[in-house]
Design a protein around this ligand. Structure first.
Ligand code: FES
Length: 126
């Protein structure tokens, strides 16, 4: 049964089917972030994984303010203090554990959490 509050990639145009390998845990860089993009023709699905306090969180890489990716480039999603996800477009800060914007132009709104499972050292879409 699908949870209504989660984003299922297989429901998105261009998204991968359930059970797709998204990233292996040992391929995450030391800072713990990984930008993940799926493309199919002109369709594009962009998510990211971020390790935070020994837990992995996966969100759609789309800021609820203006819809841009949080990262400007590369796999960096955390602020300098390493306690919030940061949207580099206008500086919104998000709680890494819930995706809730705690400061900035979309305060109170949420990143969309992606439905995943972690097994055998890797993250898979549900
Ligand atoms: S697009 Fe993220 S804060 Fe404006």
């Amino acid at each position: 049964m699908k949870k209504p509050d989660l984003l299922y990639l297989s429901d998105m145009p261009g998204g991968p089917e359930a059970g797709t390998l998204l990233v292996t845990l040992n391929s995450l860089p030391a800072h713990g972030g990984k930008d993940i993009v799926f493309t199919e023709g002109r369709l594009r699905v962009n998510i990211f994984a971020q390790r935070y306090q020994n837990t992995i969180y996966v969100y759609e890489n789309r800021c609820p303010h203006a819809g841009t990716p949080l990262n400007m480039f590369g796999d960096r999603f955390m602020n300098i203090e390493k306690n919030h996800l940061l949207c580099r477009t206008h500086g919104a800060l998000f709680d890494p554990e819930t995706g809730k914007c705690t400061g900035g132009p979309c305060k109170g709104h949420y990143l969309r959490q992606v439905a995943v499972e972690i097994r055998n050292g890797a993250i898979y879409s549900l």
